[in-house]
Design a protein around this ligand. Sequence first.
Ligand SMILES: [Mg+2]
Length: 376
Amino acid sequence: MRPIVLSALLLGSTLVGCTEASLEEDGGADLAGQDDKGDAVPGIEVQARLEPGTVDTTLTTAMPRPGFVFYAAEGTKVSLEVTHAGTTTGLDTLLKVYGPRLADGSYPKTLATDEDAGYGKLSKISDLAISIPGFYLVEVTNGATATPTASAKARLKLSCTGTCKTDAPVNPLGLDVRWYQRAAERHALSLQSYGAATAKVAAKVAAGVPASWGVIMDIDETTLNNSAYQHARSDLGTGYSPASWTAWVNQKAATPIDGALAFTKKVKQLGGKVVFVTNRMAGTECPQTEANLASTGFTYDQILCRPQGAPSDKTPRFDQVKQGMEVVAFVGDNILDFPALTQDLRKQPESAYAAFGETFFIIPNPMYGSFEKNVD
Ligand SMILES: [Mg+2]
């Protein structure tokens, strides 16, 4: 989501004592979701923090490059080994270690690579000497001669001579997520927006609306709160990736945004329709989203997810909804949730914002959005 500027730091060969396992020294870690790759090769999906012991993982065609973050103190010798995890035999793996992690979230240097030093065609890196304390990333993937399978289980073992435990976070939680999860102001702003929307809708209905009318609402950070996902990704020192996002959606664990539930109930009570237009994906994410909405108490008339292969632009779906009803309010957290608006609005005079508080109602979200691409 956010481009990572790879540091030009030359960490040099003083960083680690070379081991027999170091077959090559190439570039940095290619993290999933953190650049706009054109080659369609999936990046490393950071799964969890790793402490001395084992973790089981699965190499799938959808997620072929799981990664784990571990800490190592100066002078520690780190050993990593892949073994079979129960069902899979004849597994062929490749193991890579990157690091240390820089403050910008990148791992600009490959420290060690091994293909077949372990049992059979499994991988093993022994006594990798760490000279810079910090966080390191280990990637397990299929080996060069592996026959791709839909799902292969592997077990990764970390052992350390020295210190591989720390209470320190990989990444300090940013002000954006701290504000979102901990600030009274965030609750107040959401309630203020939904209160204004409720009052305006009621006034429009009292003044007269067509028989078929309703509201269009976005879902993420407008109706459902996904900050637990943002927090968890930050704790792993990484950000959004499509696969981790889909895994979060599958948990159906998002909570209602303050004021959203009461607003939808009031619209229904007044005789209007509630329509969700979201860029959650049809097919892969929409059924779980509907279950999440239902379990949190939302009732609605229609949900228009993003069709597979379709652009994120909501205009065609807005037009579709407008054919069947008069839309008296749009609610969203992203400027693109409102018809015909883009980030260009920020350069416009105050008069360009006249629809806000009348037909458009915005919910705060500093964690992500179309604003991220703005450079001024
Ligand atoms: Mg949203």
